[in-house]
Design a protein around this ligand. Structure first.
Ligand SMILES: Nc1nc2c(c(=O)[nH]1)N[C@H]1C(S)=C(S)[C@@H](COP(=O)(O)O)O[C@H]1N2
Ligand SMILES: [Mo]
Length: 516
């Protein structure tokens, strides 16, 4: 590839990444390329998004973003290439691109003037400097004529500002590309951090009027056992959002709509002032494989869903509750589930802190006993009452079942996979769950031996998983460990194995270990 084209590509990458870094100063504002993307989606989004979803499925956001980046970088490449026609084409092209970025940023609902101007200036400036630097002659060959002997012509090298040979040029370009990628990632990082700390400076979590106490879990210390409460930073994250929605809590409103007597809106401040409840609830993803880690237990704080719905007045015949997010994700579940005593919250805090953005700030639904894809809408914007037949949630047309009760499950966490064990006493441990029903026993089987009863940790309620452990006298050799749970109705976890689609995995978790 020609040097000019590469320099255009590198300059575009440098400009984009520095633009990203500067715009990261405002956590709720868009980035430059993000603003152009949003403007573009505003215009042609509907058709394009459907097409992208049809082609790329859940990855459509990733695909759109990669598409945008590819277009921007290719444009840089092309502009660079056109330098051979006229050396003014690349800089003018960069200025035009910056102007488009500025326009998109300033017309974006979350964009601010100062930052928009600064970011475009930095992006355009750094792009132009990079272009100039990479295209500058490395050295100027000057012809020196000997006055005394005009026949003797000498050439000498006057060092220039640019980059000498091709190899060196490629090294410098590669380095600049890597640097740009690092700067872009840094920008993304800062954006996430800054947003969370901004929000927690402004909003205080109220004291919950009702708390479900968090028990200490297992009664004996078991080294390395999965904690009863999952630390927030270890909590799994599943959603369709590539760019995590950053919702401004100052202007956010939750609407209660549909088949209710009095539809209403509530803002964040008023939500925080309602009677709050804090309790541990286990959340699991339907995509979790047998033995998988797309499951966690957090102490959620928020408002009872029933409190909000009673205020609106549910009309008879409203058989489905749909949660809708600011990014148009939807999840629905039967209204009647709310009267069987399960916990259902509009949560704004998780493990004692405001929801982190990746877990749904400013508010999300959490309903015990249901997989996340039919219940746990993050970045919640609307709760809509409708009929069961009238509407399907996001995942139904994509092949997942309409109802999503969590299946009873149990998992071996210790010994860890591949761990080498010594003969003697070893602890086998893990978690088991039958949310909103509760676990009464967990049993462990070694090879084809008898099912042995494990010890259970204390639980806050039937809405969480339980930790279990069992001391095993391990003899040397290869063994296979198996676990199964029994719920409070006496039902034994099914051994029948099923893949996650369409309504959750089932089967006994098994782990092979070797004891020496
Ligand atoms: N807005 C929105 N909410 C969402 C999703 C989503 O894609 N978008 N995914 C759901 C799914 S499938 C799961 S399993 C849970 C996961 O919640 P977590 O990321 O906080 O663990 O969020 C649910 N809420
Ligand atoms: Mo999920």
């Amino acid at each position: 590839m020609r040097r000019e084209a590469i320099s255009g590509l590198v300059a575009a990458a440098v400009a984009l990444s520095l633009g990203e870094l500067v715009t990261a100063a405002s956590a709720s504002g868009p980035s430059l390329i993000g603003a152009v993307g949003d403007a573009f989606i505003d215009q042609w989004g509907a058709q394009l998004k459907d097409l992208a979803v049809a082609i790329f499925g859940t990855n459509h956001k990733l695909a759109l973003t990669i598409g945008m980046l590819t277009i921007a970088l290719s444009l840089g490449l092309l502009l660079g290439h056109l330098r051979r026609r006229n050396r003014w084409i690349p800089p003018i092209g960069f200025l035009v691109a910056a102007a488009i970025g500025l326009w998109a940023y300033l017309t974006h609902p979350m964009g601010s003037w100062g930052l928009g101007l600064l970011a475009t200036a930095v992006a355009a400036g750094s792009g132009l400097i990079t272009l100039r630097w990479l295209n500058a002659p490395a050295a100027t060959a000057a012809t020196v004529v000997n006055d005394h002997n005009p026949a003797e012509v000498m050439t000498s090298q006057i060092p220039g500002a640019g980059v000498a040979d091709r190899r060196r040029f490629l090294q410098v370009s590669g380095g600049a590309l890597g640097g740009a990628a690092a700067v872009a990632l840094l920008g993304l990082q800062i954006r996430g951090r800054e947003f969370a700390s901004e929000a927690s400076r402004i909003w205080q979590i109220p004291r919950a009027g009702r708390r479900v106490n968090v028990p200490p879990g297992v009664s004996v210390p078991v080294d390395g056992i999965t904690p009863y409460i999952t630390p927030t930073e270890d909590f799994f994250r599943i959603d369709t959002a590539l760019r995590i929605p950053r919702v401004n809590a100052d202007t956010w409103k939750l609407r209660i709509t549909g088949m209710v007597d009095q539809p209403f809106e509530i803002n964040f401040e008023d939500l925080l002032s309602m009677e709050a409840i804090e309790e541990p609830i286990t959340l699991q993803c339907v995509s979790n494989e047998v033995g998988g880690d797309l499951v966690g237990t957090a102490v959620w704080q928020g408002v009872r869903l029933t409190d909000l719905l009673e205020r609106a007045g549910i009309q008879p015949g409203a058989t489905q509750i749909i949660g809708e997010s600011v990014d148009d994700f939807t999840a629905g579940f039967p209204t009647e589930l709310l009267s069987d005593g399960r916990s259902a919250l509009v949560a704004y805090a998780m493990n004692g802190e405001l929801l982190p953005i990746q877990h749904g700030f400013p508010a999300r639904l959490v309903v015990s006993g249901l997989y996340g894809y039919v219940s746990a809408t993050k970045w919640l914007r609307e709760i809509r009452l409708t009929t069961w037949e009238a509407e399907d949630g996001y995942w139904m047309p994509r092949g997942w079942s309409k109802e999503g009760p969590v299946k009873m499950a149990s998992r071996i966490d210790l010994p860890r996979r591949g761990e080498r064990l010594q003969a003697g006493t070893t602890v086998v441990a893990g978690i088991a769950l039958a949310p909103s029903i509760g676990i009464s026993a967990v049993e462990v089987q070694v090879d084809d031996g008898p099912w042995e009863t494990a010890n259970l940790g204390e639980v806050a309620s039937e809405h969480t998983w339980v930790q279990w452990w069992w001391p095993w006298e391990a003899a040397s050799g290869e063994h296979s460990l198996r676990v199964r749970a029994i719920d409070t109705n006496g039902l034994v976890q099914t051994s029948e194995s099923a893949r996650p689609a369409p309504d959750g995995a089932s089967g006994w978790h098994q782990r092979r270990v070797s004891v020496s």
